[in-house]
Design a protein around this ligand. Structure first.
Ligand code: SF4
Length: 177
């Protein structure tokens, strides 16, 4: 995956949202984790405070999805708070939403699909902008501008066909499918 593709994954978008708006960003991060040998009563008090902060956090939804994707929280270990949930609560949500999470992670890994969408948008943009480019005839001949644009669209279209063929072949449909 290239750095450009990575920036377009949902995970990267979620992380950017949390980095930009986390209410805990300027707080002591240890406040969201139980200390070693911390008595139950002390942790419960701190845990409640952390959950209250999370309740008013503007990026709570993104934080929750990241925590679920990261596998944060275990069914029988109450030692952290993420997105307002305890570890056992996160584990229960992850189990409940297993299929949705798997689909989201798979979508992030579909780099071909993302590339196809980006290339298709580029082709559409080139075709739509053809009128403007033709009006640039004062500096270059209309024929030359048109030729350059045709070459670019042909190149993009060829790349789209190449990716589609490779996907079909991998899926067992063969090049002609
Ligand atoms: S929801 Fe809670 S843990 Fe998540 S970013 Fe906000 S304050 Fe931090």
């Amino acid at each position: 995956m290239t750095s450009t593709q990575a920036r377009h994954t949902r995970r990267a978008v979620l992380q950017a949202a949390v980095d930009a708006g986390a209410r805990c960003a300027n707080a002591d991060p240890d406040h969201w984790f139980r200390a070693d040998d911390e008595p139950d009563a002390d942790w419960q008090t701190r845990r409640t405070t952390a959950q209250r902060l999370c309740a008013g956090c503007p990026v709570r939804a993104a934080c929750e999805e990241l925590a679920l994707r990261n596998g944060d929280g275990e069914p029988d270990t109450d030692e952290l708070v993420r997105a307002g949930y305890t570890g056992p609560e996160l584990a229960a949500i992850r189990t409940h939403q297993e299929q949705r999470l798997a689909a989201a992670v798979a979508a992030d890994q579909d780099t071909d699909g993302r590339q196809l969408r980006d290339l298709t948008v580029l082709v559409q943009t080139e075709v739509i902008s053809s009128t403007d480019k033709r009006q640039d005839g004062s500096r270059r001949s209309l024929t030359r501008v048109q030729t350059e644009q045709n070459q670019l669209v042909q190149m993009l279209t060829a790349r789209i066909d190449e990716i589609r063929s490779a996907r079909r072949a991998r899926a067992g449909w063969g090049v002609a499918a």
